[in-house]
Design a protein around this ligand. Structure first.
Ligand code: ACM
Ligand code: ZN
Length: 745
């Protein structure tokens, strides 16, 4: 007994030096610090530690956060303790970066120092990341061990933001605070808060109460009312919370476009006078603020006066993107303004608008930021340009010696599906456009992750942002050379920490690929799935219902030999990862026969190519699902050859309505049959009876009944709208027609 106990103790002692390897220390850190040096020894973190800081707020924050993360209570620590944590500022005199910090851990002391408290704060986050995830999960005040080490670190960019759209979907005050903590943890320093848009005005303005009484609420397609807003008290609370976490909040008050919610409340600021409703449609709306009226500017300046009172930071974002000029072209006041100001056209009128607001903000000591459209018609002096349509806006701004935030859709729009903008693409992002020389490059102050929330309510934000936001946190912060494989290893280790922080992370990339094999007689299909992320399960059902995490686990290829609705969904444990694939298998008479398309489908929406309209698989209501074939601006016509004369009772093509995405139903569908493929008879005309204005996504079957006709050939013609109708935001542009399957019974 005695011997074996000793033996175990010895093993433990010998194992000690290995408990923390350099790789393990590094694995706990995203973004990667500039320099990490592991040394001998360890610091035991328990409740017998004295925290010393000249900044009492910082010390209080530290103790509170340690308690939140570990349940270790440092508030009663006495000065007799042998261990100390010291925060010291003013100690990196040769370093100009105010966020730089050093972190040193020895057996008795943790020292975090920099030139500023902001730098120390960033270093504290590094320390928080080093706390083992198990300790955070157990959360019972148990001591833990930190390795002795020395870390030197500073950010590459001074602007590292997240743009959170709280207009399209409202997010609670507590949720915003939670995200402020998350941003701080991963060393972001800016929350760009998108507070107003066509679909909702979310900030209380005392002088204009209707902005929230009317503008904060929209009627959804199902008749329900959706909305919410932040009171000025809420905003003060959030701003204070952010300040103590060194996160700068930049409010965005959109103008002159994306302003329908405001115009619904105060239509007198539009060109036509309204009336308007807060819209439930996504897209770019034609009704915008009228710059022909001085009263519009008074209104906006009064709003900005209140915004300035609420947000002490230097920056106010004023939008400026996606402004259709239709109304201005027809508005006598706007045209008079163009004349009186000697402007060339409506683009210069946009520039006039922005300049007037930028100047106003400047007179109040604020700096305006606008999306890259503020370059149109001449850039306002002093404004910062946020480039979203590629890098061009950033290049133009830098060459005009304006500061710029480079956040192109291609790499930073995390509202895009991870199928298309995956982790690797995000990690490959370089915020400084390569066309810029060193002097110009200095105007690129940083970048932002963007999350537009049309399809992302609060409960989906984690899965949409994570893990991809971590790739961008590293891109924005890290000075050392990037290596995707090395980052990916650290990310895999970080997942446990995300779990411990209750961050419901989602997909890294295109999670699932599949192939469908069909036997030569079209009697059955075999569907094989591949999963491209570790720790993910596929669950499925065959009755068209959504699987839960308890549904059948996919282990081997699935055989289908009768009509079935297969739904496959991805889960990480119990968390649904917002990825499902539906297959509606239908064994009908045209499956595997020949088809001739008379018009070309779009190469962007080709489905499975020519034969996908008679492959026996119907799509979901998502036209991106790979089953739908899209036709842009043209009618649809096909001839199906069944090979031999066959008894036909009905022919059922399906089309899609998704007016928000410019996808409309055909006006009518004409179906006829033939024995020789030349003369078609028995023509059936099915007229569309669903309003194209319906904002829901609808799949409509256009069924032709033939009782018991016999024929070898079937012709299906569908008359497209070809252009978006006058009432639609895309009026005059090409309209889409989408079809998935033509079922022949
Ligand atoms: C934007 O995405 N319209 C800035
Ligand atoms: Zn006007």
């Amino acid at each position: 007994m005695k011997f074996s106990a000793l033996f175990i103790v010895n093993l433990l002692i010998f194992a000690m030096p290995n408990i923390y390897a350099q790789s393990e220390l590094l694995n706990s850190l995203i973004p990667k610090p500039t320099k990490v040096i592991l040394s001998a020894g360890k610091f035991t973190f328990d409740n017998k530690i004295t925290v010393k800081s000249t900044n009492r707020r910082l010390a209080a924050y530290f103790k509170n956060r340690i308690f939140e993360l570990t349940a270790i209570n440092l508030t009663n620590s006495s000065s007799a303790n042998e261990k100390t944590i010291i925060f010291e500022s003013g100690l990196l005199p040769n370093e100009s970066n105010k966020e730089a910090y050093n972190l040193e851990i020895t057996r008795s002391t943790i020292r975090i120092y920099g030139n500023t408290d902001e730098g120390i704060f960033r270093g504290i986050q590094t320390l928080f990341q080093m706390i083992p995830p198990k300790i955070k999960k157990q959360h019972n005040g148990q001591p833990f061990i930190l390795p002795a080490c020395r870390i030197e670190d500073k950010p590459r960019f001074r602007w590292r933001g997240l743009n959170l759209d709280c207009s399209r979907h409202f997010m609670s005050k507590d949720f915003i605070k939670r995200y402020i903590d998350i941003l701080a943890y991963f060393k972001f320093n800016t929350l760009h808060w998108h507070l107003t848009d066509d679909q909702g005005w979310r900030i209380e303005i005392k002088k204009y109460p209707k902005l929230t009484e009317i503008g904060a609420w929209r009627k959804e397609a199902d008749g329900s009312i959706y909305g919410g807003y932040y009171t000025q008290e809420d905003i003060k609370e959030i701003v204070t919370y952010a300040q103590s976490r060194y996160i700068n909040i930049v409010p965005e008050i959109e103008m002159p476009g994306h302003s329908l919610a405001s115009l619904a409340a105060y239509p007198e600021n539009s060109c036509t006078g309204g009336p308007f409703e807060v819209t439930n449609m996504w897209g770019v709306m034609k009704d915008v603020y009228c710059p022909g009226r001085d009263s519009t500017f008074n209104f906006l300046q009064n709003i900005l006066d209140e915004v300035i009172q609420l947000f002490p930071g230097r920056y106010i974002h004023i939008g400026g993107d996606e402004v259709p000029k239709d109304r201005w072209k027809e508005c006598p006041r706007c045209q008079a303004r163009i004349k009186s100001e000697g402007l060339k056209d409506e683009k210069e009128l946009q520039s006039y608008f922005i300049k007037r607001i930028v100047n106003y903000l400047e007179s109040k000591g604020k700096t305006a930021i606008g999306w890259d459209e503020i370059l149109e018609g001449g850039l306002a002096p002093g404004a910062i340009v946020q480039s979203w349509q590629g890098h061009d806006g950033a290049i133009a701004a830098a060459r005009l010696e304006h500061e710029t935030i480079c956040s192109p859709t291609s790499h930073t729009y995390l509202n895009y599906d991870p199928d298309n903008l995956d982790l690797k693409i995000a990690y490959s992002f370089e915020p400084v456009p390569e066309d810029l020389n060193a002097e110009e490059a200095a105007y690129v102050i940083g970048s932002e992750v963007n999350l537009w929330t049309e399809h992302c309510p609060q409960e989906k934000v984690d899965t949409q942002l994570f893990p991809r936001i971590l790739a961008l946190s590293e891109v924005f912060w890290t000075n050392s050379p990037k290596n995707y494989d090395e980052f990916y290893n650290r990310l895999r280790a970080k997942y446990e920490d995300l779990d411990a922080l209750s961050i419901k992370y989602g997909r890294e990339s295109k999670l699932i690929t599949y192939k469908i094999d069909r036997d030569s007689d079209n009697n059955h299909y075999i569907i094989t799935f591949d999963i491209h992320q570790e720790g993910i399960d596929l669950r499925y059902r065959l009755d068209g219902l959504m699987p839960t995490y308890r549904a059948n686990l996919y282990k081997q290829p699935i055989l289908i030999n009768s009509n079935r609705q297969l739904v496959v969904a991805a889960f990480r444990d119990t968390v649904y990862l917002d990825k499902k694939i539906n297959f509606d298998f239908i064994f009908h008479k045209a499956v595997g026969k020949n088809i001739k398309l008379m018009n070309n489908y779009s190469l962007h929406y080709r489905a499975n190519g020519d034969n996908s309209l008679i492959d026996g698989i119907r799509g979901t209501n998502n036209f991106h699902d790979g089953m739908w074939q899209g036709y842009e601006g043209v009618d649809f016509e096909v001839i199906i050859d069944l090979g031999t004369v066959t008894e036909i009772s009905k022919v059922v093509p399906r089309f899609l309505l998704n007016s928000n995405s410019w996808v409309f139903l055909p006006q009518k569908v004409i179906i006829s049959i033939s024995d020789d493929g030349i003369e078609f008879t028995d023509e059936k005309v099915i007229v569309n009876n669903i309003s194209q204005k319906n904002s829901e996504i609808i799949i409509k079957e256009f069924q032709a009944d033939f009782s018991t006709a016999k024929a070898r050939f079937i012709k299906v013609f569908a008359e497209s709208l070809k252009v978006c109708p006058q009432w639609h935001p895309g009026a005059g542009h090409k309209a889409w027609l989408f079809i998935d399957e033509i079922v022949v019974e």
